[in-house]
Write a new protein. Structure first.
Length: 365
């Protein structure tokens, strides 16, 4: 029986390509070998991603982010793609978008931009072919931290260039409260969401402070998701507003949203530190996070994967059973042991994200 298709709801590919020069046409093992002795693993961990690994893991679609941090969160001299002004943010985000276009233009057999339902169907049709083991990975562009949008009128430009999902926050932004910087939706945030809805963007609540997320759930008329976030209730003692409280999770479920669960140890075990070693956390904790969403919903329609791989962490910070993204396939037998059906498992690993994309992508560009 074929392994289920995986869809990953969050990967910081462009940030890695431009910050560290990573080449995602290569296998993760080759990139690790190339980076031995450099400072890249120190700053971002050993990579978990590469096109050959997508093939082994049947990772057919990835939400590739546009992401840059504000200068106040700069981590060191190596962290060059940070912005001090909104114009700088716009320029940095444009460069990342151009990086995705270059990647897909130069390697169309490996990566393809997914901007429409037709694009998505073409990628999935290729993965159904039995005459080849090599398939293109579809890239859906997600803007994380909307400060690359200087004013709502620019959203038409981003839409035309292929962005389909926007998360207003990372840290706090002029649009809303964010991670470690709480607060509500601002007047500018409401204006942003109004224009996003008019154009058809999916809203990503990840990193939004709960107050802002609940306001958005009440007001945003189109599809709402959390591309990468875990249940706060399973992280006792955590006071971080980065995780998703039950009222936000219920709001997402009521809106038929999908939540991408994150296989990062610090998001699976409160207080985990690298010094504890990655063997301190099992992938079973990710299974428990998935099951929590399904139990809260009463079905398997709302849980997905949002690995956030290579997003400021790497191999050293994920459960011990995972070596690359291909190993997320081990979730299938683990979920089956908990009584999930084959249909449920296929939905969780990729089908729920695919349903969301089918419902929200335009028919044509």
């Amino acid at each position: 029986m074929d392994k289920p298709i995986i869809v990953d709801g969050h990967e910081d590919l462009a940030w890695n390509m431009l910050t560290f020069g990573r080449d995602y046409t290569l296998a993760a093992a080759e990139t690790r070998q190339r980076e031995q002795g450099s400072l890249v693993p120190l700053h971002n961990g050993d990579t978990l991603l590469g096109w050959p690994d997508y093939q082994r893991g049947r990772v057919a679609v990835v939400f590739g982010t546009l992401f840059n941090a504000p200068a106040r969160r700069k981590q060191g001299d190596w962290d060059s793609p940070c912005y001090a002004t909104f114009d700088e943010a716009y320029t940095l985000y444009r460069r990342q978008l151009e990086a995705y276009h270059r990647l897909t233009d130069e390697h169309p057999d490996m990566f393809r931009l997914v901007q429409t339902r037709a694009d998505l169907q073409a990628v999935l049709a290729h993965w159904r072919r039995s005459d080849t083991d090599e398939h293109p990975v579809g890239l859906v562009v997600l803007m994380e931290n909307a400060e690359g949008v200087r004013q709502p009128a620019e959203l038409e430009e981003w839409w035309a260039e292929g962005v389909r999902i926007i998360g207003p926050a990372w840290a706090g932004t002029r649009y809303c409260g964010g991670t470690r910087e709480p607060g509500p939706l601002t007047a500018e945030g409401h204006a942003l969401l109004k224009r996003m809805a008019a154009l058809g963007f999916v809203l990503d609540l990840s990193h939004m402070d709960a107050q802002a997320a609940l306001q958005a759930l009440d007001s945003y008329p189109r599809t709402v998701i959390a591309s990468h976030g875990n249940a706060l209730a399973l992280l006792p003692g955590s006071e971080s507003n980065r995780h998703l409280p039950d009222n936000v999770l219920r709001g997402l479920i009521e809106r038929d949203g999908v939540i991408g669960l994150v296989p990062m140890n610090a998001f699976l075990k409160t207080g985990w530190q690298k010094s504890a070693g990655r063997q301190d956390v099992s992938v079973e904790r990710l299974v428990v996070q998935i099951d929590y969403i399904c139990q809260l919903a009463g079905d398997a329609r709302h849980a997905g994967l949002g690995s956030d791989f290579d997003g400021g962490f790497g191999l050293q910070s994920v459960p011990s059973e995972l070596d690359t993204i291909a190993d997320l396939q081990i979730l299938a037998p683990r979920l089956a042991q908990k009584g999930y059906t084959g249909e449920d498992i296929a939905a969780i690993l990729g089908g729920n994200w695919l349903r969301m994309l089918q419902d929200t992508l335009p028919e044509v560009a």
